[in-house]
Structure formats: C-alpha cells, structure tokens
Design a protein around this ligand. Structure first.
Ligand code: ADP
Length: 423
C-alpha cells in the first residue's frame, strides 16, 4: 500500500485548477506554487507555496513536498531550475525537452530542424540586414559595371520571398493573441519596429488556412504516446472562442497528426501532455504552435472522454502507463466564456451570476467557472462544455452550431478590441 502520489505544479491558474480537480478524483496530492492567494487552484490544492512562478527557491520548497514537479505553462526559468534538476528534482517534462518549446522562435527552429511543416518565418531583426546581392541571371557578365548601393541606413526591408500580409509575433511572453500583430504594409512594419524590441519578435507568412485544428498528445515514462481526438478550434480576435470535438478528419489526416505528435514527443524525450495547434488548408497541415502543457483545446475531454487531458498529465507525471483515451459521447462543443463587459472587475462571479445560472441550466451543459478574482474585457473567466448527441458528423456539426447559438444568447462575445490584437 504505497503512499498517495504527490505532484507539484508551478502555476495556479485555471489549468492548475482543473488539474487539481482531476487530482482530487484520483487521490493524487497536488501542491501548487502560485503568486496570488486568490488564484484559481489555491482552493483545491493540497498545499500552496505563495510565490511567483519564476521564484526558484520556492520551486525547491515545492519539490521537497512531492515526488515530481510539472508546470502549468511555459513561462519557466529553465536556467534557474537547472541546479534543482542536477540535485535530483524530477521535472516532467524535463528541462531539456522544454528548452526549445518555451519561446516561439526556438519552436520554429525546432520544427524546421525536424522538417515538420510550419509557416515560413524570419527573425524581425533581419529587416535591418542589407539585402544579399542578387545573383545576375546571365552569369554575371555585367556585374562589375553596376556600382553596389551603400547598405548603410537602408530602410527596413522584407527578406526575399516574403510579402505582405505577414503575422508578427513576440517570441516570448505572448498568449491569446496578445503579442501578435498583422503587418499589411511597410508602415505597419515601421510602426512595429518603433514599439517593440525586435530581438524578441519573429515574422511569419500569413497562412490562408481553411480550418484550425488541434490535438492534445501525451507521452508516459515508458515512452508510449497517446492522443485525444483531433478537434477543430475557432478563434475570435485571435483568442480561442470554441472547440468542436471530434473533427471528423479522414483517417490519413488523423494519422498524420498522430505521427507528428509521436515524432516530436519521442525526439524530445518528453513526458507529459503537449498540445499542437495546426492550420489546415490547401497546403495541407502546418503546425502553428506547440504548447508544452494542457491546453484550452483539450478542456472538452473532462466530460467527453474516459481520460481527460488532466488525467493524462497526472498519470504521466506520476509514472503510470497511459492508455488511449476514448470519447464517451458522440462529440462535444466547448465554448470559452470571455469577459464581455467592463463591469465585474472586482467580483466577476457576482457580476455574471445570472449568465452562469442560465448556462448551467442548459441541457447536457457543464459549466466551469475559474473563480478568478478580477474580470476584464476578453479575459477567460470560464468555459462551458455541451455534450453532443448526433452520431452523423454533418448532423453533429449542425447540432453544435445550434448549441453555440444558445450559449451566445446568454453569453455574447466581447466587443471588438483592437488593443488585444497588437503588442
Ligand atoms: P497566441 O500564442 O497568442 O495564442 P498564436 O500564434 O496561437 O498566438 O496565434 C493566435 C491566432 O492567430 C491563431 O490561432 C490564428 O488564428 C492566427 N494566426 C497565428 N499565426 C498565423 C499565421 N501565420 N497566419 C495566419 N493566422 C495566424
């Protein structure tokens, strides 16, 4: 009769809160390191270390309370944590597996190295480099006659092969569309250069996709990889709005997504849950982003699958074998509840009480209210998962759109906020 497994988690937001719920159900102790006494996971944690997530001394204390440590998100001080790993603290995923994933630039480099399809990109700093001299098409017979223009003080220039529109992204620190900017012209580029640190930004081709898909994958300590079903995600102003599970993809597509996930996890010797956001369109599948953690696109699994993404994380981190999760209902629609008005800043639960009751009363609806201490326009305050009944994919999509409309009647989208879309 072994002691209950005990896990430490760095971070105490809604992902840690849902992990703590799963931990309670499974009899796993969950110790949390988080800065705020009111943070969502605090009320469910076995114990709390109230400290910033980058406070390494606090993580050392956290590690002393449990047998393995994991992370709520990728904002991790890897160099600061390295001495803990050297002293035997067991991090899952391990710090070296996390290293290429904690910033969007190193993710892009990783995907290029693995030859996994992803948007073409360049570091923003490159617009200041003088253009490479063009190779004369005729073999260069006249090359000596053309004087080379002075490269100094040149205005910013896109590297060869890139054209507007482009998508600029902060390499680190961005989330939910904060830290992204669409560039449509040289003027947009100049404006971005004037307001950001170019060394922390990358620029990508703007992908004209048909759909956005996502998958949550997990690898256990024995090396086995399992995946939740592939889902369709829909964004509003670059923030996830709803997720439809499963996306009825042809088998070849499902298999391609699984292969990408298994290759990545295995090559990185990664243990735990990793989420992959994908673009799907005329150019096939492209990886948009990797999230080394549980993810908004997997929340539906709490009710819709026999093993949720949080169960997978707990099992993998505590050294148990994973089995393939299966849907327990024909499908599910998850809708994010984004703060849609400025009021409620102090007490969002009270401000949105009527809406919460109405959502919870919808048939087959499961409301998750994150209990955040403050609300603002566009902030994720909770989500609702609606289990779908239709077995035929087209009928189920129709059912999902009808159910989305029911939610919208109660909980509208936040009004357009341009500020959210740029740095
Ligand atoms: P964040 O980390 O802030 O969520 P993402 O990189 O996931 O940022 O981008 C948010 C959304 O912006 C994506 O879901 C997609 O809708 C859109 N987007 C991101 N990159 C591109 C791109 N290269 N081309 C077109 N749309 C993009």
């Amino acid at each position: 009769m072994g002691a209950a497994p005990s896990i430490g988690i760095v971070g105490g937001g809604q992902l840690a809160w849902m992990l703590a719920e799963a931990a309670r159900r499974r009899g796993v102790e969950l110790h949390v390191q988080t800065p705020g006494a009111q943070d969502p996971a605090v009320s469910l944690a076995t114990s709390v270390i109230q400290a910033d997530v980058r406070d390494v001394a606090a993580t050392r204390e956290l590690a002393s309370r449990c047998s393995a440590v994991s992370f709520e998100n990728e904002w991790v001080d890897l160099d600061g944590l390295a001495p803990l790993a050297a002293d035997g603290v067991r991090f899952f995923p391990n710090l070296e597996a996390l290293r290429p994933l904690v910033c969007k630039r190193s993710q892009r480099e990783l995907l290029n190295r693995f030859n996994l399809p992803s948007p073409a990109w360049f570091p923003l700093e490159r617009v200041h480099e003088p253009p490479e001299p063009a190779e004369p098409a005729d073999g260069g017979s006249n090359a000596a006659a053309i004087p080379n223009p002075a490269p100094a003080a040149a205005s910013p220039q896109l590297p060869p092969g890139f054209a507007y529109p482009l998508m600029a992204k902060a390499a680190s620190g961005g989330y939910d569309g904060k830290g992204t900017a669409v560039l449509r012209s040289d003027a947009d580029l100049d404006g971005l250069l004037a307001r950001v640190d170019a060394s922390n930004w990358i620029v990508e081709e703007f992908v004209s996709f048909e759909l956005e898909l996502a998958v949550v994958a997990a690898r256990d300590q024995f090396g086995d990889v399992v995946c939740l079903p592939v889902v369709q995600t829909h964004q509003h102003q670059q923030v996830c709005d709803w997720v439809l599970a499963p996306y009825e993809a042809p088998h070849a597509l499902q298999q391609a997504v699984r292969n990408m996930a298994a290759s990545l996890l295995t090559a990185l010797n990664y243990v735990g849950v990793l989420s992959i956001e994908l673009f799907y369109g005329p150019r096939g599948l492209m990886i948009n982003e990797l999230a080394p953690r549980t993810h908004n696109s997997g929340h539906y699994s709490i009710e819709a699958c026999d093993l949720s993404q949080f169960d997978l994380q707990l099992l993998a981190v505590s050294g148990q074998q994973l089995s393939e999760p299966a849907l327990q209902s024909p499908g599910a629609l998850m809708v994010n509840l984004l703060g849609f008005e400025a009021r409620g800043a102090e007490d969002p639960a009270a401000a949105y009480e009527g809406q919460r009751q109405a959502l919870a009363a919808l048939p087959d609806a499961h409301l998750h209210w994150y209990g955040k201490a403050g609300a603002s326009l566009g902030r994720k305050l909770g989500h609702v998962t609606l289990l779908l009944q239709q077995r035929d994919p087209a009928a189920r999509r129709q059912e999902a759109m009808e159910r989305l409309e029911q939610v919208r009647q109660i909980w509208p989208l936040p009004p357009g906020s341009e500020a959210d879309q740029s740095a």
